[in-house]
Design a protein around this ligand. Structure first.
Ligand code: C2O
Ligand code: CU
Length: 551
């Protein structure tokens, strides 16, 4: 195994993700940031310098469990202090498991500002993937707004709420087309044909293939908001990996991918080789007001400028949730994957509601809307400093709460308490969805857990009840780090608290997290060794470090 070093500068740059020039958060002058490639067992060392003029920054390595390095998780106010302008922080961590991952900013809404990139872990030296392929591609999916992330933050924190609305453009590897379409002659509503020479920053990244081969397509979604449907015109996809874990292969025409998820699919180039084909992404789960994102599957030796004769794939209807559920229900762990313990030690039920607090629109979990403290939890818990609400948040919600009724609105509170989890125990989480503030509205929320993979034991409709436990899949539940709750439904997860640290668990929709949709878990923090000082040089741990110096 190797240590792979990277020297990164984070700074604002002018960039045209979709043909409109914007200010984007770039790394080493690039958007999206550079792709990290490593082998399982390697150590990744990113020397990150903050070249922003007036704001802090952190980077989270999404899907990497940070076993033994909780201070490298890159979550501001949770695992570390934000890195100040001009300062350099070393993220040094082991990538222990092959898979498709990504990284992104985790301070304020810096992910929405474009701070993200891909992280790909290949199998270790001498190891093999449990499937064969001749070539591979990687697509990082995102959504883009023309309004800057700072203004979006202010809008979301205002009373009355100014909602950010739907994205202007969907991006594949940071490339999209605003106000035009590559497939103009098929587009409804009509859009002008995009004029591209091919050298533009926003020119689509074309996937060049040879006939009769098998390709692996890695995809990950770092969208701020959008749930997406991905399809390759005329080609079937066989899903083989989800969030860095192998799954029982299954074949689909189109697939749903939510923010925070990653997959690998295999496809065979077995279609008419004289043609090219579309690869498309579409918005799902919210009424789409954003044109479909497109790129080309180019069969060589055809010219890439030869347009497909077939129209781009038509996505399932945005509110066809049965289609989404049937996809989620096809995902099982590959035989031989680790199985969940048969019993839990503790069950935490988390009710997701939209609320008002003093007129401000928020999201709350068991009636608590998360506001992060000024001292990172990892340091304050490790050193026994009182820096957050010591009263733990509730494990459940009132029995008589009707999840199908409009949320009552002004009884929620802000909080930053922590779920203290006993080390090496089995925890069940039931994510319970509910009606939001508006009547008959319940949204999809993709929940992401840091520091762990969890088993997805099942999904259900309405309010979770004790008799649903019988339906849990304990035989071959998939291991994931992100799972959705469907409108008016629940999702059951299980994980083992075997990784000392403080871990965020939150909705991966950036504006929802900003509005309080998350909780904090802490486990075995007393076992955490030598947290680098630079990670704690703020708030009360900063003070502690200063006074230690004088002793
Ligand atoms: Cu990818 Cu806490 O997020
Ligand atoms: Cu959400």
């Amino acid at each position: 195994a190797k240590t792979r070093h990277f020297k990164w500068d984070v700074e604002y740059i002018h960039w045209s993700p979709d043909g409109e020039e914007s200010v984007v958060m770039g790394i080493n002058g690039q958007f999206p940031g550079p792709t990290i490639r490593a082998k399982a067992g390697d150590t990744v060392a990113v020397h990150l310098t903050n070249k922003l003029h007036t704001e802090g920054v952190v980077i989270h390595w999404h899907g990497i469990r940070q076993i033994g390095t909780p201070w490298a998780d890159g979550t501001a106010a949770i695992s570390q202090c934000a890195i100040n302008p001009g300062e350099t922080f070393l993220y040094r961590f082991k990538v222990d498991k092959a898979g498709t991952y990504f990284y992104h900013g985790h301070y304020g809404m810096q992910r929405s500002a474009g701070l993200y990139g891909s992280l790909i872990v290949e199998v270790g030296e001498g190891e093999k993937e449990p499937f064969h392929y001749d070539g591979e591609f990687n697509l990082l999916l995102s959504d883009w707004w023309h309004k800057g992330s700072h203004e979006q933050e202010v809008d979301l924190s205002s009373n009355p709420l100014r909602w950010i609305g739907e994205p202007q453009t969907l991006l594949l590897n940071g490339r999209g087309q605003y106000n035009c379409s590559l497939a103009a002659r098929f587009s409804k509503p009509p859009l002008p044909q995009c004029k591209l020479r091919g050298g533009e920053q926003y020119a689509p990244q074309i996937l060049r293939v040879r006939p009769n081969k098998i390709y692996r397509l890695r995809v990950a979604s770092t969208t701020a908001l959008a749930s997406l449907s991905l399809a390759i015109g005329g080609h079937k996809m066989v899903v083989v990996e989800a969030d860095g874990n192998y799954v029982q292969p299954f074949s689909v025409q189109d697939m749903d991918i939510y923010s925070g998820e990653s997959y690998s699919v295999l496809f065979k180039t077995d279609q008419d080789p004289t043609k090219n084909y579309w690869i498309s992404i579409n918005v799902r789960g919210r009424e789409p007001k954003t044109p479909q994102g497109l790129t080309l599957l180019n069969y060589l030796p055809n010219s890439a400028s030869k347009f497909p004769t077939l129209p781009p794939p038509i996505a399932p209807l945005w509110n066809d949730y049965n289609h989404s559920k049937s996809f989620s229900n096809k995902i099982f762990a590959l035989m031989g994957s680790p199985k969940p313990p048969p019993q839990n030690h503790r069950r935490i039920i988390l009710l997701n509601t939209q609320n008002k607090i003093d007129g401000y629109t928020k999201w709350a979990i068991n009636n608590v809307s998360l506001v992060l403290p000024t001292t990172p939890y990892l340091g304050s818990i490790r050193y026994g400093i009182n820096a957050f609400d010591t009263k733990p948040p509730p494990d459940n919600f009132p029995k008589d709460y009707d999840v199908l009724k409009q949320a009552p609105n002004s009884n929620s509170t802000y909080g930053n308490g922590v779920y203290m989890l006993k080390f090496n125990t089995t925890i069940d989480i039931i994510l319970q969805n509910a009606n939001a503030l508006a009547k008959d509205v319940s949204e999809i929320h993709p929940w992401h857990l840091h520091g762990h993979d969890f088993w997805v034991l099942g999904y259900g409709e309405g309010k979770f009840s004790e008799k649903d436990v019988k339906k849990f899949n304990l035989k071959n539940p998939p291991l994931r780090n992100t799972a959705v709750i469907f409108p008016f439904g629940w999702t059951a997860l299980r994980f083992v608290t075997d990784n000392p640290g403080v871990w965020a668990f939150h909705c991966h929709i950036e504006p929802h997290l900003h509005m309080g949709m998350g909780v904090i878990f802490a486990e075995g923090v007393h076992l955490v060794k030598k947290i680098p000082k630079e990670a704690l040089a703020c708030g009360l741990t900063g003070k502690m470090l200063m006074s230690n110096k004088h002793n």
